[in-house]
Design a binder for this molecule. Sequence first.
Ligand code: SF4
Length: 440
Amino acid sequence: MSGVRVYNERLLELGLTLPGFVDRSEVIASLPSLGLLTLAAHTPAHWKVIYKELDNYSDGDINEIAEECPDIVAFSSLTARINEAYSLTSVFKKYGITTVIGGLHVSALPDEAMKIADCVIQGEGEIIWETLLSDYENNMLKRYYSSLSNPEYTFRFKDVRVPKYEILDISKYNRLTIQTTRGCPLHCSFCAASRTISTYKKKSMVQIESELNKIFEVWDRPFIELADDNTFVDKAWSKDLLKLFGKYKMKWFTETDISVAYDDELLELLAKSNCAQVLIGFETSKASGLKGLDRSDWKYKQFDNYLKAIDKIQSYGISVNGCFILGFDTDTKDTFIDTEEFIKVSGLSEVQITLLTPFPGTDLYKQLKAENRLLDEHYWEKCTLFDVNFIPKNFSVEELEDSFQKLMSTIYSADAVKERKRKFREIQRNRKKYSLYESI
Ligand code: SF4
């Protein structure tokens, strides 16, 4: 269950008319669940596996699954759809089907999930899955399996299998995902993905090559989206990755921090490997907003290089999708004006703005909970990145919503989107030789 419904009605209406916003939302909603495809690969051959996406589902879809009489239904869901996943869990239990749930949200709150599902997987499912199925067959299924609290289930990437892409109806997708790294060493206070499931780890080139080869067996000209949190942390490993990607006819996309801009060789390889776009979390247009954001203040120390880094990466013909978060305690009304100005001046080819969201499991969640600033106890369906879930410091909730909506209208207006695309096309046309660019 991957798609997300925005709750704020005004924003919902607005979003439907904003081209830049809709494009990215559609891409995210149409990605298959790499976690479930990976579990399918770890399922012994005497089991039959069916993969279903319940983004927009009807009673007919549920009946169709129930009529297959599965022994187990396994769910993967993000926080924003977790309540729906819990409801469906209850529905399948009524059919006498065993339900298993895993993923980011339940890894942060396993006790909550255990009240509903028959079995909860906390952390990395690959190492647990075969044991869980064998326990089921022997009538010994446990309520809870954890790779985070049980050293017996320590997972290494060398043991991962190639996801079962072949069970997808490939005609339904415009992108496929592979994961080359998991986790991120930076530890930003609002970031759940970087460590809830695993500490930072990288796959070997041999494994990544096998995954790419499998994708090319089912799709000859794929667009690949890396399901990584921060791909280019290890520069030597990254260069091997880019050399490998350069051998394949594919366009691809990933998420990174701005350190790529400091390595000319890496940028050159990135351009030659047909990278279409990198998404970078700049987080804010104000240096003060970055202070204390990650544990070593790494992002704060990079702030003065932001504009030069964007310029440099894009000069290699690689589009930068810049992400900004609004609602930090350091934000004031001026932050919205500064963000709009920063986006204009930066020449970013694409932009994402989101509201600060306290996902369970993050330092931000713990901080706001301790300060009694969460608006509800179980606000999960509003963890959309576009709904306010906490009491902001320098705004009322309504003021933050209003300012955010105004900024959305400005930066995602048809003219603004067109202008960003025009500027980027101009950069691509005028691309100079890589060697002309100075190091930052
Ligand atoms: S750099 Fe990105 S992936 Fe890493 S912790 Fe920060 S927000 Fe998460």
